[in-house]
Design a protein around this ligand. Structure first.
Ligand code: ZN
Ligand code: ZN
Length: 307
């Protein structure tokens, strides 16, 4: 984030803040500069906030639009659980959640810029440096996958579900635009493992930036409704589709490892992989019935316990 902030200051914020809040006493080479120095705590936080919301919107709208137009199976829009105006609702939900998610995440990004995290820079020099750099990729994915699994599973607990996670399950048949359509607290909790990782384990800052972009991209991909891979190891879009329909399975993000360990893995079947079968009206009607009854059972289980 410090590098992104440096270039944003250079090309946007120095000029912007000089106009909004000019210094009465200081100038550089005849140009008025801002009274707000680059390392001011509040300036750093405001700049990071603007950068994250702007890039978050761009990344979401571009990748979800591309995925929607070129990958998503549009026949799914005939599903009885596909809502009227669903895409507009998904986009509105995501765009209104992102400013809040960014606000909750700000202390972590700000901590990174002020050198409180374990992110490091520089070119790797030794073989060990390179090995560590490459080992950081599976380590980061494994750690964050586990973190997301447990946060996600906890949010399916009947006492928690309706307050935090129910909104994301409004989209029983999700489109790529559902990828970031969460309650902001839900979205923040599911991104928390990424931020915690770099405050616990050293990682190269450019690799982190790349992987952070990748995880957002992946989140769009697992909602794209096109089931190319039949993998039993990777948590594909077919696995996540099963999660949206059958509710109590496949809480993971990248791999099926934690679901297998936590006894919540459900392998997709021809119902997802075979286009003729998944567009069949009877299959869709059964899915609609199952999704309502499974979600209802979970919510009623809590009511029965509390009676
Ligand atoms: Zn869920
Ligand atoms: Zn989802």
């Amino acid at each position: 984030m410090d590098t992104v902030l440096y270039y944003s200051d250079q090309f946007v914020f120095d000029t912007l803040y000089a106009k909004l809040w000019p210094s009465c006493t200081k100038s550089v080479a005849g140009h008025v500069i801002s009274a707000w120095p680059r390392d001011d705590f509040w300036r750093v936080n405001l700049s990071i906030y603007i950068i994250t919301v702007t890039f978050g919107y761009l990344l979401y709208l571009i990748t979800a639009s591309l995925s929607y137009y070129f990958v998503f199976d549009h026949d799914y829009m005939k599903h009885p659980k596909f809502l009227k105006n669903q895409i507009r609702m998904e986009i509105e939900c995501a765009l209104s959640a992102m400013p809040w998610m960014t606000l909750f995440t700000l202390p972590f990004f700000s901590g990174e810029v002020f050198g409180k995290s374990l992110l490091y820079g520089g070119m790797p020099k030794t073989t060990y440096d390179w090995l560590y750099l490459f080992a950081s990729i599976p380590s980061f994915l494994f750690f964050t996958d586990g973190g997301i699994y447990w946060f996600h599973r906890w949010m399916h607990h009947p006492k928690v579900y309706k307050y935090l996670h129910k909104l994301h399950h409004k989209w029983v048949i999700p489109t790529p635009f559902a990828s970031h359509a969460f309650n902001p607290c839900d979205g923040f909790l599911q991104s928390l493992p990424y931020h915690l990782y770099v405050f616990m384990i050293p990682m190269h800052k450019y690799l982190y930036l790349g992987l952070f972009g990748f995880v957002n991209f992946w989140t769009v991909m697992i909602h794209d409704g096109e089931f190319i891979s039949h993998s039993e190891i990777i948590n594909t879009s077919a696995h996540h589709f099963v999660h949206h329909v059958y509710f109590n399975y496949n809480y993971g993000q990248y791999f099926t490892f934690w679901d297998r360990l936590g006894n919540s893995h459900r392998q997709p079947t021809d119902e997802q992989y075979e286009k003729a079968l998944r567009d069949d009206h009877k299959v869709m009607a059964r899915q609609a019935f199952d999704s309502s009854s499974i979600e209802g059972q979970t919510l009623n289980a809590n009511k029965l316990k509390s009676q």
